[in-house]
Write a protein that binds this ligand. Structure first.
Ligand code: ZN
Length: 471
């Protein structure tokens, strides 16, 4: 029955409290200093006070001050004020997430789980994004789109990658890979939101388990060599081109509705495929070397194409149950892009299907022609979006992106079975020790890791259990 004073800007009622019946009366126990979990929250405040003295700018300090007031009072209006300040503090290299935030663990969607992430800008990735973003118009002008579908003034989408320094609460030891906050819709509409991709976490997920799986599915030593040398760089550049240029590229014809209206259930996979294709088209282009993003554009481009086809036609199937169809938008688009170029290149043997000792491999024989095929498919995908051609979208996705080759799927699952991996993974946080010179100035940091996951959790229990047993 609780109502927000301003219906246009509703408070996140119930976010930081527990409802109990005491002596027949419904009582709200608020999580705050002096309230429920008070002893632990006081420690949070203690560290936030310290953080406030070392911020990079005033906006960061203002946001921290509001967060401290919120923890002291439990006042949800302060929580909204804090979020408004936090979302506008965009300058600086360090940022953080802190509070009772995500509500998806509560069946009624009200109670927030405590989480904390401290993150630092990914300087290498940010530089790459900036270069790509600065050249957004060049990419648009040189794309294979029909002239009437090209944007005259394209602006790169802003996209941030960060590296996590430490995580706690509900974001640890099992962590998200991307964060988009705040949750309140009215704050998002009036003040915007922050969206970050957690680069080092994604990288760790991708590389966990070693190169065994890669070795199983590559066709030859050259493919393996290029994948090992350029795998990480090509995937970073593909992400940069996909996000910064891909989603920003192209325009819809006058009078045609949004893709959601025209392409309906195919809008999302068509958009992801289109952005992927912009990336694929330019990943094999000397321009990237000219821009200083890669030392050998051709080898990097080859690695990117090998990886995309290997994944789109085979490796991603490890995620599906036998007999299932592909439903997830990104998985669909990776298959329809790969399967389309495979089929259209058949007469020239652009991608050959090799079977050795009962194992299937896809071997790209002509990268120039494959580049051209990606360009043709990009032009067609943009045409479908620009004209709102529902039937063409449906045909493309249904014919190439949904059905799974049952024999290949069975084979992929069998070949994958030797690689044992837990479906969920936990992370350890580093101990970060500052190194100081004689004047006490910090000159470096030493990172050390706990030897095992249990060692870390036992230490946390010993050092950071601030709540009395009866709380
Ligand atoms: Zn995308």
């Amino acid at each position: 029955q609780m109502k927000s004073p301003d219906a246009e800007r509703p408070l996140s009622t119930g976010l930081n409290s527990k409802l109990v019946k005491e002596n027949g009366k419904l009582t709200e126990k608020v999580w705050k200093s002096g309230g429920m979990y008070g002893a632990a929250i006081d420690k949070v405040i203690y560290w936030l006070e310290k953080a406030k003295t070392v911020t990079e700018n005033q906006k960061q300090a203002n946001a921290l001050a509001l967060l401290i007031q919120y923890y002291k009072t439990g006042d949800l209006k302060k929580w909204d004020d804090y979020n408004t300040a936090w979302v506008s503090a965009t300058d600086g290299n360090i940022d953080y997430i802190n509070g009772f935030i995500e509500v998806y663990n509560d069946p009624l969607g009200h109670k927030g789980s405590y989480e904390s992430v401290v993150q630092i800008k990914d300087f290498d990735m940010s530089r790459k994004m900036e270069v790509v973003s600065r050249e957004a118009q060049w990419f648009e002008d040189h794309s294979p789109l029909l002239p009437q579908h090209k944007k005259k003034n394209v602006v790169g989408v802003s996209y941030k990658t960060v590296n996590v320094a430490s995580e706690a609460g509900d974001s640890s030891p099992s962590t998200p890979i991307g964060i988009n906050l705040p949750n309140a819709d009215w704050i998002r509409a009036e003040h915007g939101s922050k969206s970050v991709s957690l680069g080092n976490i994604i990288d760790a997920y991708n590389n966990a388990g070693g190169s065994g799986r890669l070795k199983e599915f590559v066709n030859d030593d050259e493919e393996l060599r290029l994948a090992e040398k350029y795998g990480e760089l090509s995937s970073k550049l593909h992400t940069a081109l996909h996000e910064v240029v891909g989603h920003a590229s192209g325009q819809i014809n006058p009078g045609v509705g949004t893709p959601k209206e025209t392409l309906k259930s195919y809008a999302s996979t068509m958009e992801e495929g289109r952005a992927d294709l912009v990336g694929l088209y330019f990943l094999y282009d000397p321009k990237l070397q000219e821009l200083g993003l890669v030392d050998n554009w051709k080898e990097m481009g080859k690695a990117a194409y090998d990886n995309y086809i290997r994944n789109g036609l085979m490796m991603q199937l490890v995620r599906l149950e036998p007999g299932a169809e592909i439903e997830e938008s990104h998985m669909r688009n990776r298959q329809w892009v790969s399967a389309w170029v495979f089929e259209k290149g058949k007469k020239d043997n652009v991608i050959e299907k090799v079977v050795r000792n009962g194992k299937t491999y896809f071997n790209i024989t002509d990268y120039d022609k494959l580049h051209d095929l990606f360009g043709q498919l990009l032009r067609e995908t943009q045409r479908i979006k620009s004209e709102g051609d529902y039937n063409a979208a449906k045909k493309l996705v249904e014919n190439y992106g949904v059905k799974v080759d049952q024999a290949i799927h069975k084979e992929v699952l069998a070949r994958n079975a030797q690689f044992k991996e837990a479906p969920y993974r936990g992370f350890v946080n580093p101990y970060i020790t500052p190194v100081k010179d004689t004047s006490g100035k910090v000159t470096d940091y030493i990172l050390k890791y706990p030897k095992t996951f249990s060692e870390q959790m036992l230490e946390y229990a010993k050092e950071y259990s601030f709540l009395p047993d009866n709380n």
